[in-house]
Design a protein around this ligand. Structure first.
Ligand code: 6PG
Length: 225
């Protein structure tokens, strides 16, 4: 079931979605920096946000007050190209003036258990994020939280050892930590996500239905239905 305070936006092209998502993120950053002096954002992995990250890399704005976190990470070696932090790092974070000390990558090279324990200590549970970005997998997973799996929601970060989406070992923020945020932005594109989205809408078992936000959840979609 979609949480109340969910705004669903459907776009006519991927380019339009990407451009609006980039603008949306920058607006939230400006508001957070004006109100609190910093902008804490959780990046989503996978391919859907890639063009949004590329657009952000072109923006001539001051990124100094942005603090970057990750919703999940794949347990690969530090420089592996398929790590979510390296995907965002190579196309955006390395090209703008975000201080390296403001980028909090998940140390998945330590392995799923040690890496999750380490990231648990890095996150301050009393400090809500300003914006959490999430994708939606074809099977309905978000971050590395998969349907029909159990996790300790009293933690902020968990280890995953049986991910149906390779690699099997991953690290993920929990639904409770992903929901400890002012806003959530889902980016969902492609007919191959329709089934998962409808399952979520109809209230069937879906990790996405566990996500809430203090203010609003926005879903930006293209070619979904
Ligand atoms: C990952 C991602 C994952 C992703 C969805 C959607 O590490 O794979 O965090 O949760 O967001 O699988 O992926 P696509 O955007 O590539 O469809």
């Amino acid at each position: 079931m979609l949480q109340e305070k969910t705004v669903f936006l459907s776009f006519n092209s991927q380019e339009d979605l990407d451009s609006k998502a980039c603008q949306f993120i920058m607006e939230r950053a400006e508001l957070a920096i004006r109100e609190k002096g910093s902008f804490l954002i959780v990046l989503s992995g996978g391919t859907t946000p890639v063009n949004v990250y590329k657009l952000l890399a072109k923006e001539q704005i001051n990124f100094e007050k942005w603090h970057i976190y990750f919703g999940d990470e794949r347990c690969f070696p530090l420089n592996h190209l398929e790590r979510n932090s390296n995907i965002a790092g190579s196309i955006w974070l390395s090209k703008v003036n975000i201080p390296k000390t403001n980028i909090f990558i998940i140390p998945a090279e330590l392995g799923n258990i040690d890496g999750s324990l380490s990231y648990e200590k890095i996150l301050d549970k009393n400090k809500p994020f300003d914006l959490v970005m999430l994708g939606l997998g074809e099977d309905g997973h978000i971050a590395s939280l998969f349907p029909n799996q159990k996790w300790d929601n009293s933690k902020q970060v968990i280890s995953v050892s049986n991910s149906p989406k390779a690699p099997s070992h991953r690290i993920s923020l929990t639904p409770s930590r992903l929901s400890n945020t002012e806003e959530v932005l889902f980016l969902i594109s492609g007919k191959n996500k329709s089934y998962a989205f409808n399952q979520w809408k109809e209230g069937n078992d879906s990790p996405a239905s566990l996500i809430s936000a203090k203010n609003k959840i926005s879903i930006m979609s293209y070619d979904l239905i």
